[in-house]
Design a protein around this ligand. Structure first.
Ligand code: PA5
Length: 462
């Protein structure tokens, strides 16, 4: 199981001004936390609670269909092209970057065991889209278009371009190169899929985009590139079981949620840095940024009060960002909680040769890069504690499906618990919808005429 070390948030380590009396706080919040966890687990099966993501590890039917489809198309495609944005892309990117061999798309087909390359288009930069489409042989590409709402302008505009090209290249057979992941019943992509006869997968009801990584949104691309779905599912289930424990002393998601909440509300530290010491986990930070920001950044609490709260997430990468951000973290404002992710065992042991022994870098020879990266994680943690800066270390034994699934699921539960502590709705995103609606208005979507008028008036002055 992954581990959480929060010693460096304790006042005994970083002083009373910046640290918490952890044992006292855990005791004070014992009942509140127990109630939150019990309540989440009670509400998770009820409709409209947006907690169905807690059941995704047990969705045997989807897991079976995903594996079945992946085995049907195995060997037929050279590329998987995922079209999606936000919660419809970030989990897929984070997990494939973590679990596929590094530089997967540059490996030969033999090195990939005949499995396809995978590309995510999660932006609407005309140059990068044109660039990618110019190198993919679309005849040999399976396009997985993912949008829960079925109407997101970024995703659907990409899809319109790609569908048009596919049809031009493949004639009426183009449908075999498209699989859509969207709402079961509603939305424009569902309507198009039915009219056109695409193969479809479902984003289940009551699962928000940023909590959808273990639905078909993530599982389908994972299966298509040969990731071990069972290993991922086992990771989720074991973590889910562990996090059902209502005792804060035994529940790492509750511990990290409470520490972040108290650091924000009592100590004024409302920035949450996610800093894995593993390049393979780099995009877990992007995924976490969305999860934490969209879930906790809210203007009203559940009682309708204006609160305008939310800790700001920041992404960083160890050791790279030691040479870019750590100066600020050590000596700038003491307003952050820094989450390190540390990996015990890397897949490779990379020795540094014993050369240049007569110079000042001779000490590195005979050590390994593995030692070096973890020494840097340890030394940065200690240096930050010298400056009384709170840090938390999440440790994974390995970067594999089991551990990465545990990590993501733990962070999801942590976010849900933090949302309850802040007393806000963790699962809505009116701020995202507002910008989406303005985009529809600007681009002339029917039904948005009034917004367009208001927007045009405002644009002159904003
Ligand atoms: O988490 C969310 O709800 C958002 O980030 C959505 O995932 C994102 O806006 C994309 O939405 P959709 O899947 O409807 O295209």
């Amino acid at each position: 199981m992954i581990k959480l070390n929060y010693k460096n948030t304790d006042e005994m380590v970083i002083g009373k001004e910046n640290g918490l009396n952890i044992q006292e706080e855990f005791s004070a919040y014992k009942d509140t936390i127990a109630k939150i966890i019990a309540d989440l687990n009670k509400r998770k099966d009820k409709p409209e609670q947006w907690l169905q993501w807690m059941n995704l590890g047990y969705n045997e039917e989807t897991i079976w269909y995903v594996k079945e489809f992946a085995s049907q198309v195995k060997g037929k495609f050279e590329n998987i092209l995922v079209l999606g944005i936000g919660g419809s892309a970030l989990g897929g990117i984070a997990v494939t970057e973590a679990l596929l061999k590094p530089y997967w798309n540059l490996l030969t087909p033999e090195q990939r065991n005949g499995l396809p390359r995978i590309f995510f288009l999660d932006n609407i930069d005309p140059d990068s889209i044109t660039g990618l489409l110019s190198i993919l042989d679309l005849k040999k590409t399976l396009v997985n278009v993912i949008t829960k709402s079925g109407s997101t302008a970024e995703t659907m505009s990409q899809f319109m371009i790609v569908k048009d090209l596919l049809e031009k290249e493949l004639g009426s057979d183009y449908r075999n190169n498209i699989v859509a992941t969207t709402d079961k019943k509603t939305g424009i992509l569902r309507q198009i899929s039915e009219q056109e006869g695409y193969k479809t997968f479902v984003v289940p009801d009551d699962v928000g985009g940023r909590f959808s990584v273990f639905s078909a949104v993530g599982l389908l691309p994972f299966a298509l590139v040969g990731l071990d779905i069972d290993e991922i599912i086992n990771g989720i289930k074991d973590m889910d079981l562990a996090l059902k424990n209502t005792d804060i002393n035994q529940n790492i998601a509750a511990q990290n949620a409470l520490i972040h909440y108290l650091m924000d509300t009592k100590k004024g530290k409302n920035l949450s840095v996610m800093m894995p010491y593993s390049s393979r986990l780099k995009y877990v930070s992007d995924w976490y940024v969305q999860l934490w920001a969209e879930s906790l950044g809210k203007n009203k609490d559940k009682d309708g009060n204006d609160v305008h709260i939310g800790p700001t997430p920041i992404k960083a990468l160890g050791a790279t960002d030691q040479h870019s951000q750590i100066q600020l973290y050590n000596e700038g404002p003491n307003d952050k909680v820094i989450n390190f992710i540390r990996v015990n065992e890397f897949d490779n042991n990379l020795e540094i040769p014993k050369i240049f022994e007569y110079t000042g870098i001779g000490y590195l020879g005979g050590k390994s890069i593995n030692q070096l990266i973890n020494a840097e994680a340890d030394s940065t943690r200690v240096a930050l504690s010298d400056y009384n800066r709170p840090t938390i270390t999440i440790t994974l034994d390995k970067v594999d499906g089991y551990n990465v699934a545990q990590l993501l699921y733990m962070l999801e539960v942590q976010t849900a618990i933090a949302g309850e502590l802040y007393n806000i709705n963790t699962f809505n995103q009116p701020g995202v919808e507002q910008a989406k609606n303005y985009t529809y208005a600007l681009m002339g979507r029917a039904g948005y005429e009034e917004s367009a008028q208001a927007l045009n008036a405002k644009m002159a002055s904003v």
